[in-house]
Design a protein around this ligand. Structure first.
Ligand SMILES: [Zn+2]
Ligand SMILES: [Zn+2]
Length: 282
């Protein structure tokens, strides 16, 4: 039995170094962590982490909060990160991959684009910029045959609007992370082929609507995440979150769905491994 935290920001955790967070999580049965970039610098760090830690995978992208002024320069920066990895892959084959010859030789294990999407709750960037950045990153993902990690806060209708433009493309795969809508929105997402990912928010006393969503969404369509260092579960309220706490998300899902913890762990881990191609990474 093991768990996967499909969404963490290791570089934002203050109480633990990335190494400590990874090691401590492993002792809590967290076998894989996807580290998610929110800025260009953060995306570079994300790839550094996935090269350094065997159990860490990376996603690169620009958060809607950082989408202000999004344009060609940002597109190129993200493309460059992907291009750099392709060069390494070729170099790796040529120079004997696996010998651990230092930087650049370990696989980058980049498995997704994001987080990207729309945040109309905090509105830290102009909405047209958020929408442009979102569409551009979906196109980047399609071009590189990668799934998209979607951030949606108070923008359910608009998120669906953007997704609909791409949902018919066979290469399009996406997950709504830190799901915050109701059952109706969840059903719309499922119908469009999206996956749904839950955080420790489902453990909060006032999260009845969200627990209803957990009940309705098939286990086969969901992932678990912490969104560390944010959103610590009820049991660890007031503390900084880290990937080891994903077990509380699993515990809550098991309780709501009235099924064994082990089954929740096994099925959601399998979902995430298939979706992100974790474990059998090229
Ligand atoms: Zn987010
Ligand atoms: Zn996040």
């Amino acid at each position: 039995m093991y768990l996967i935290d499909t969404h963490a920001h290791l570089d934002m955790i203050k109480s633990l170094t990335p190494t400590e967070a990874v090691e401590k999580s492993a002792r809590e049965d967290v076998r894989y962590i996807i580290n998610v970039g929110t800025s260009i610098e953060g995306s570079k760090r994300s790839v550094e982490f996935s090269r350094r830690f065997p159990g860490v995978y990376s996603s690169i992208g620009l958060h809607p909060h950082d989408a202000g002024g999004f344009g060609k320069r940002e597109e190129d920066e993200l493309e460059n990160i992907l291009a750099g990895i392709n060069i390494d892959i070729q170099g790796r084959h040529g120079s004997g991959y696996g010998k651990d010859e230092g930087r650049g030789t370990a696989p980058a294990k980049l498995v997704a684009v994001g987080e990207t999407g729309l945040d109309f709750y905090r509105d830290l960037s102009p909405r047209p910029d958020q929408e442009r950045a979102f569409a551009s990153q979906i196109e980047l993902a399609l071009k590189h045959d990668l799934p998209v990690i979607i951030h949606d806060r108070d923008a359910h209708k608009e998120t669906i609007g953007v997704v609909k433009n791409y949902a018919s493309s066979p290469a399009f795969r996406a997950v709504v992370h830190c799901f915050s809508g109701d059952v109706n929105f969840a059903l719309q997402c499922l119908e469009l082929g999206l996956f749904i990912s839950f955080t420790g928010v489902i453990t909060f006393p006032n999260a009845g609507t969200l627990r209803q969503v957990v009940k309705e969404v098939p286990l086969e369509r969901m992932f678990m995440e912490t969104d560390s260092p944010f959103l610590a579960p009820r049991q660890k309220r007031g503390r900084e979150n880290y990937p080891g706490y994903v077990r509380y998300v699993a515990g809550e899902i098991a309780g709501v769905k009235e099924m064994p913890f082990e089954e929740v762990a096994r099925t959601t881990s399998q979902n995430a491994q298939d979706f992100f191609k974790i474990g059998n990474w090229r």
